[in-house]
Design a protein around this ligand. Structure first.
Ligand SMILES: [Zn+2]
Length: 270
């Protein structure tokens, strides 16, 4: 039997980290892309800063794509991609973020709220009020090659809902997005990053292929993918530090040899 070329050398360090080759893929979290002067939650970056951040990624050999594409590439052993996600479905995605993504040859996953078409972010008590994508605008971003995922219908903490309400938020938002874009969404993103086992199980049984969390802790799985929040302050050294931290948290399994970090979406437990 031929030697397995992927087998680790006997003397290879058991858990040497090689960024972007032996760890869970890196997924970045954005929200709004516009003027940052009134931004009490730190969820906004300017289009210029987004462009700088995408350039920094390209300089490191990374191109931003939607999470579904990232998952497929990683499962096939292809590297050099990083996931870009935009939560809440702010209307500024269309006019501010999308042109920058196009310039840098990137795509992204936009997690929208189909139950608040053309509404505003009422769930943030401090404001400022920011317009959300209309159904027509959701159609347009899908037509522009972006992945559209669900953030639920109304941006609720799903852990507080009844089973029936939880089913409605997960299943009905999926149906509406599927009708709008012609593609049933594969991805779900938990509002506030709030989830528990019941919520992640509901996302799985609603038919989604993955779920994006923020810091999933022990729930880590393809229905609770970790992501890194990106802010206006993130430039070279800070981005490098966040990349390193992700690698340390979700890197190689000690003592397990090369290529043994099983992607959580490739069959990991929920
Ligand atoms: Zn949100």
């Amino acid at each position: 039997m031929a030697a397995d070329p992927s087998a680790p050398c006997a003397d290879a360090p058991p858990h040497r980290l090689r960024p972007h080759t032996r760890r869970q893929p890196w997924i970045l979290t954005y929200h709004s892309v516009t003027d940052v002067r009134d931004d009490p939650y730190g969820i906004t970056v300017t289009p210029e800063r987004l462009g700088e951040q995408l350039s920094w990624l390209r300089s490191r050999g990374l191109r931003g794509v939607g999470v579904s594409e990232l998952m497929r590439a990683h499962a096939a052993g292809r590297r050099g991609l990083v996931g870009l996600t935009f939560d809440d479905g702010y209307a500024d995605f269309l006019h501010q973020a999308l042109p920058v993504l196009h310039v840098h040859g990137c795509t992204a996953t936009v997690f929208v709220l189909p139950g608040r078409p053309g509404g505003v972010n009422e769930w943030d008590p401090l404001g400022p009020r920011k317009p959300l994508l209309t159904h027509e605008e959701i159609r347009r971003i899908a037509a522009e090659g972006m992945e559209v995922g669900s953030h639920g219908l109304l941006h609720q903490d799903l852990t507080t809902l009844t089973d029936e309400e939880l089913r409605h938020e997960t299943r009905h938002s999926r149906e509406v997005i599927g009708e709008l874009t012609g593609t049933v969404p594969e991805g779900f993103c938990y509002p506030y990053g709030a989830l528990d086992r019941r919520v992640s199980a509901a996302v799985g049984s609603a038919g989604y292929g993955y779920g994006c969390a923020l810091v999933p802790g022990p729930l880590l799985s393809r229905f609770a993918l970790p992501r890194t929040h990106i802010s206006q302050a993130d430039r070279g050294v800070r981005l490098w530090a966040k990349d390193l931290r992700h690698g340390l948290r979700h890197g190689a399994v000690p003592g397990a040899g090369a290529r043994t970090v099983t992607p959580v979406w490739a069959g990991g437990s929920r």
